[in-house]
Write a protein that binds this ligand. Structure first.
Ligand code: SF4
Ligand code: SF4
Ligand code: SF4
Length: 326
């Protein structure tokens, strides 16, 4: 009996969701360098989203280095600061290199929440909103702007140009900060200081507006948040090193478009690729639905380093295509 990619993925997503959002109740904590939105604002989270650790690191990393370079501070302090930063970053990089984009398609708890919103829409018989390729390409660039924003703001704080409220600049406006505690009924760390002094109140109001808009967007468009998620931008930085990846035998591809139709992100790159055996789309989530939906023997596959884990077959595709997007 063979297990389909979609059922295996569903099982892994649910196990990850339980471990990453309720693991704290069982003393599970997988570190603070996870390449997915496993949000520490959920009191019982079983591992921390690296975006939070990255923002914190940016708020203390540079001043000791600048001080050492200008002779004001010691190199010993600069090196120990750098070492501390690298200990978290190297773990993040290794996790990304091994699992690649599948952190998004298979592990991320916020991805699971988005998938449930899309399921609810389908259950209600509502059609998915359409987005032209041009609009999608524009929206997709937002993730890089957000990555620059969440890096720069804490750096400016570290040199005294902004207040402490800007350290977690992205968390302050990240919809997962509200949605994940609500989805897991764990509100202990959820604070919305709308009545406090600026800029905390401004951040709280922006967060409420972003979350409301994002819930609607994620309901009408599959994985809309993923399109703008700065974690995906960080994962993309290592794209040439990802061990778990999609492969394409461009010679056998018939151009039928099944891969395009099964993709939750409406990615076109895998379908259009006619040269490289390692197609890459900046919005790909590594879910491998396209490989499962491809009806040509061996045209699309999944590899972990040199190991072939899956190759497309007509049999898998029949099961997948009758289910449409999942
Ligand atoms: S891109 Fe989507 S799945 Fe990936 S980390 Fe962001 S929210 Fe999670
Ligand atoms: S608020 Fe968002 S960015 Fe911050 S830790 Fe939570 S999921 Fe990550
Ligand atoms: S291109 Fe394939 S692996 Fe990437 S998100 Fe779309 S269906 Fe999933």
């Amino acid at each position: 009996m063979s297990v389909s990619i979609s059922s295996l993925r569903l099982a892994v997503q649910h196990v990850s969701f339980v471990v990453l959002t309720f693991g704290g109740h069982f003393n599970i904590f997988l570190g603070s360098s996870l390449p997915c939105l496993s949000c520490p604002f959920v009191g019982s989270c079983g591992g921390g989203c690296y975006l939070m650790a990255w923002q914190r690191a940016m708020s203390w990393l540079f001043p000791p280095l600048v001080e050492a370079l200008t002779g004001v501070g010691s190199w010993a302090r600069a090196w120990s600061t750098l070492n501390f930063f690298l200990s978290g970053f190297v773990v993040f990089a290794l996790l990304v290199i091994v699992l690649g984009k599948s952190w998004c398609g298979w592990v991320c708890p916020f991805g699971v929440v988005q998938d449930y919103l899309a399921r609810l829409r389908r259950l209600l018989g509502l059609r998915e909103a359409e987005m032209s390729e041009r609009v999608k390409a524009g929206v997709s660039n937002v993730k890089y702007v957000l990555l620059a924003y969440l890096t720069l703001m804490p750096v400016l704080y570290s040199f005294g140009w902004l207040s402490r409220d800007f350290v977690l600049s992205f968390c302050n406006i990240c919809p997962a900060k509200i949605i994940m505690p609500l989805a897991t009924l764990d509100y202990n760390r959820l604070g919305l200081p709308v009545l406090s002094s600026s800029p905390r109140a401004v951040f709280a109001l922006i967060l409420l507006a972003v979350t409301g808009g994002m819930v609607a967007a994620m309901f009408f468009k599959d994985r809309f948040f993923c399109l703008v998620c700065p974690m995906l931008a960080m994962i993309n930085i290592f794209r040439r090193l990802h061990l778990l990846r999609l492969v394409k035998d461009v010679g056998s591809c018939r151009g039928c478009g099944s891969c395009r139709r099964t993709c939750a992100m409406d990615n076109q790159t895998i379908y259009r690729e006619r040269e490289s055996a390692r197609p890459h789309d900046p919005d790909c989530l590594g879910c491998f639905s396209c490989a499962e939906g491809c009806s040509t023997e061996g045209s699309l596959g999944v590899r972990l380093g040199p190991l072939n884990l899956f190759g497309s077959t007509p049999v898998h595709a029949i099961g997948r295509l009758t289910g449409g997007k999942k």
